[in-house]
Design a protein around this ligand. Structure first.
Ligand code: UD1
Ligand code: UDP
Length: 359
């Protein structure tokens, strides 16, 4: 059986790895990188550190407007699919690479499996929400990470081909945490365990709205805590554009760095006293590692983390951010809401059973 994964953005390399390991002995797994992310720190570092095999194809589409970027991906993915003729195409998450992968495949009548199906923020101004909704409605196999995701799909009339498998990011975290714990980044950056707050920002709603980014920067610089901020290239560019980069660089408490590899990031997260983020993946990782999470958004797809008392939504409001960092202290016990770290095995079994069924 031939399975083709479409990846392109940082979290997709991380998500594809456990599934690659579960598939590699039992199927021919082709990896197609769209090139959506291309800086070393956003792409290559993950393949090198995690031992993910070199992609079989890299379309090198690079950055651009949504239409331009997605269009270039569609053209390139279609060509590869016509050549490779896989039995199944796997797409991950909610990026433009996810949308293009699903759309190119379904038009060629190649079954699509969507990893992280059924997630909803119910905010259609987010490009990711559009990508999720469309990808779910054109996918044949929907791998839902949580009960909430299954429920969301049902509300949209999607019940066939839905499998509750758990979250693949738990698999990835369990796979790499032991090695990550030996990473030297804390020492290299001169940090103390639990002596800093970790920050990531990259959502359009924060980077492309000057007032929001300004509020976040002001909150960070007014806090009395040491802050470590590995900045996504999009955010770095926006900080420069709005004249805010200098403010951070000259501040006493904020250390702004390049984006770091997965092992470094897990180490930084596990040893932090708290994380401030607008990332989807980081909210889950914080929950799994028991790190309080302050989310710089008004909505989240990972609502369970909020319901369980480990995540608080503060948007981009300066006072709310400052107050949450000072006073948010989760007390609830955490449960296994994202699964047991064996979701890749379940997904591989389901994908491979399609062949037996003549799929
Ligand atoms: C994308 C996804 C988002 C995901 C995120 C993971 C979409 C619509 N968004 O957001 O869902 O959470 O990836 O990190 O697909 N850039 C570089 N170098 C790179 C990559 C990007 O400089 O290697 C800069 C470019 O200026 C680019 C901007 O970042 O225009 C945004 O990149 P893009 O891939 O369009 O979106 P992300 O914000 O990364
Ligand atoms: N991550 C990383 N280095 C960083 C920031 C994040 O390796 O500097 C990892 C993080 O551990 C998580 C994933 O990237 O697994 C999240 O990706 P991102 O926040 O870019 O996207 P999202 O999850 O919001 O789609």
């Amino acid at each position: 059986m031939k399975v083709l994964s479409v990846v392109g953005a940082r979290p997709q390399f991380i998500k594809a790895h456990p599934l690659h390991l579960a598939l590699k002995e039992r199927a021919y797994h082709v990896i197609l990188h769209t090139g959506q992310h291309y800086d070393r720190e956003m792409s290559r570092i993950f393949f090198e550190e995690m031992g993910i095999p070199e992609p079989d194809y890299n379309l090198e589409v690079g950055s651009g407007g949504h239409g331009e970027q997605t269009g270039r991906m569609l053209i390139g993915i279609e060509k590869v699919l016509l050549k490779e003729r896989p039995n199944v195409v796997i797409v991950y998450g909610d990026t433009n690479s996810t949308l293009a992968g699903a759309l190119a495949s379904v038009k060629l009548h190649i079954p699509v499996a969507h990893v992280e199906a059924g997630l909803r923020s119910f905010d259609r101004r987010m490009p990711e929400e559009i990508n999720r909704v469309v990808a779910d409605h054109i996918s044949n196999i929907l791998f839902a990470p949580t009960h909430t995701a299954v429920h969301n799909l049902k509300k949209e009339g999607i019940v066939q081909g839905v499998y509750l498998v758990g979250d693949i990011m738990v698999d990835a975290l369990y796979l790499h945490i032991k090695v990550a714990e030996k990473n030297s980044i804390i020492r290299d950056l001169g940090l103390k365990k639990k002596g800093y707050v970790l920050v990531t920002v990259h959502r359009a709603g924060n980077t492309d709205v000057e007032e929001n980014l300004k509020n976040i920067v002001e909150a960070l610089t007014e806090l009395d805590y040491k802050i470590v901020f590995p900045a996504h290239p999009r955010t770095k560019k926006a900080l420069e554009r709005y004249g805010l980069l200098k403010t951070l660089e000259e501040s006493k408490n904020v250390m702004i760095t390049e984006p770091v590899g997965y092992l470094e990031f897990l180490n930084l997260l596990e040893n932090s006293r708290m994380v401030l983020t607008d990332s989807g993946g980081v909210q889950k990782e914080a929950y799994i590692l028991g790190i309080p999470c302050v989310t710089l958004r008004d909505t989240t797809e990972w609502i369970e983390t909020v319901e369980q008392g480990w995540n608080v939504l503060v948007g981009a409001e300066k006072e709310k951010i400052i107050s949450a960092v000072r006073s948010f202290r989760p007390t609830e016990k955490r449960t296994e809401i994202f699964g047991d770290g064996k979701s890749a095995e379940r997904m591989a079994n389901i994908i491979l059973s399609l062949k037996e069924a003549g799929g």
